[in-house]
Ligand binder design. Sequence first.
Ligand code: AMP
Length: 453
Amino acid sequence: MYQGNTGTYRSSGFSGGRSRGNSSGQSRSSSNGGGRSSSYGGGSSSSSSGGGSSYGRNSGGNRRSYSSGGGHFGGRRSGGRGGRFQSKGLSYDKYISKATPVAEAVKYVPQHKFSEFDLEPILKANIIRKKYENPTPIQDMTVPHILAGRDVIGLASTGSGKTAAFLIPMINKTLKSINEKVLIICPTRELATQIEDELRQFAAGTRVRAAVVIGGMSMGNQFRMLRTNPQFVIATPGRLMDMYERQAINLLSFNNVILDEVDRMLDMGFLQDIKFLISKLKTEKQTLFFSATLDRASETIANTLLKNPVKVELQKTEGAKSIEQDIVKVGGANKVDVLHDILIKPETVKTLIFTKTKRGSDKLTYELKDRGFKVDSIHGDKTQFKRDMVISKFKTNAITVLVATDVAARGLDIPDITHVINYDEPATYEDYVHRIGRTGRIGKKGTALTFVS
Ligand code: AMP
């Protein structure tokens, strides 16, 4: 932890995630018994309202101080082991971790090259066009098994490149045989849209088509798209159930299923829906199961759904190592003022702020707008259209601050977010890991700050 002005680094060595896999920091692999359908045809700024606040890194190294109007917020711990800040059972130590400089991090050496995978030439060309040079660890370790037709459990979170890990071999399969149909079930609309986006790029110039079946979008459009019998359907569980009940989708025609972010889907209460939907698919099928964690509930699902799966486990610290994590002790200060001071720092280029409630996120957005920040918000009460628009504005830097609730922001893939700020503490440690994973994406360094009272 960083201590205000005195700046003594006393982090308790939280490694940014529960340790998984082997100690080499890499992985192990083991075998244990809106309705869009598209055809793919080829082809910082910060504002200031003035006012004596500072947030900065001391020239002497890693020390930082947060101050606002003369008060310092340095994440000071209230003394020793017995005196940790506590919140809902979470120790604040968990929010503090020094990033490992990129040069010091153990660099993963892939066992394969994309060119070595037995992929259709057009898919290889599209991978090159996407400028992917080497497979990420999860891709390196799962793609060969998926190509070989095995069921796979991949334990990896967003930011690890898991989307391409399942899309590349599945697109290859659909290119080889017209009879292959792939159902991808994921927790949120944003994630579904992102998966479709990647699919469109990998499948450019091919006949592979996808329908996106998500809530918040016109059902009529989705009916029409499903009627065109696309090879890929990317869906959230609730809308997929609706579509099944209205007989708009023939699940029996699907012989491949991908469950993405299973832990999150379980958190959202989709267990029964998922089990039901999967029971309606072809019996003979390939099943891929991706989850950031594998607790007892998700393991039970995995055991019932997968046949003799290959299990690939990425050490969770991989991503978190590139994220500098710290707490900001607000004390009696005005929370928005403290946030303001952080946002006006030159290093705070693009910031994602998490609030607990939809109302809280709207309120904070208005407040920040008033102060001159380029800000907008996304949460469950906004229409999909509005959410997509806001995300697009954030991607193109038309806004540089995005305020979000957990449900809206999970799985967001925006590569250049410099800061994640937990304006309100996350409800669980899992939520924390997912929130901060929006920064420090592949090869970049990020900062995660958690406001504590
Ligand atoms: P994901 O974990 O699937 O959300 O991917 C995170 C980000 O990594 C996305 O922006 C991907 O486009 C990018 N990505 C995935 N695989 C690779 C790769 N092999 N090389 C470079 N970037 C990649």
